[in-house]
Design a protein around this ligand. Structure first.
Ligand SMILES: [Zn+2]
Length: 191
């Protein structure tokens, strides 16, 4: 398993390949599928929006078995997404979680619009409320960035498994932001 620094470096390098239309060596042959039959060792966890334009395996130039991807609209920390991350932290020991917000996020746009979306979507959007309330600009992309930053904090507050892994220097959670047009990921975003 990679360490934290190695995993971050690989994510950064993979994204550079993607940005430059230069994806490498990720054709998924049957040999690779066979290799993965007996287990997985994904070296990064990505909490990512369900948006079809945001595809972590491409964005980070990875193949099967490399990323443990948890997708939910608005990349929110709810019970199910946290539990999925806990599994990868506790049982696979993946060293990095990337919380990947993105430009023009539909979930964030809906949260800002304050409409009635029905019970399920209302519940999902309630997880974006803290970012919406904390944002002075009320602009979709600023709120998406803030949502990623706040979600990073929420993960360690709501999960002892995640918090303990961070305390033991076995895990780092990184807020990040994806630009739709350039394909670039900004890591360690601040708001
Ligand atoms: Zn989105």
């Amino acid at each position: 398993m990679l360490n934290i620094q190695q995993a971050v470096k690989r994510l950064e390098e993979g994204n550079l390949h993607f940005v430059n239309d230069n994806l490498k060596n990720k054709v998924q042959l049957k040999e690779k599928r066979k290799m993965l039959m007996n287990g997985q060792e994904p070296w990064a966890i990505v909490l990512c929006c369900a948006d079809s334009r945001v595809v972590p395996e491409l964005i980070f130039n990875t193949g099967m078995g490399e990323l443990f991807v948890v997708r939910v609209a608005g990349n929110i920390a709810n019970t199910s997404s946290i539990a999925s991350i806990e599994y990868a932290v506790a049982h696979i020991h993946s060293p990095v979680v990337v919380v990947l917000g993105h430009e023009n996020c539909g979930a964030v746009t809906a949260a800002l619009a304050d409409g009635e979306h029905g019970r399920n979507l209302n519940h999902l959007l309630s997880h974006i409320e803290p970012a919406k309330e904390a944002s002075s600009a009320q602009n979709v992309n600023d709120v998406a960035k803030l949502n990623a930053v706040l979600t990073v904090k929420e993960l360690s507050v709501k999960s002892d498994i995640i918090l303990n892994a961070i305390k033991n220097n076995e895990l780092e959670i990184i807020p990040a932001y994806y630009h739709l047009e350039t394909g670039k990921v900004d890591f360690y975003i601040e708001t």
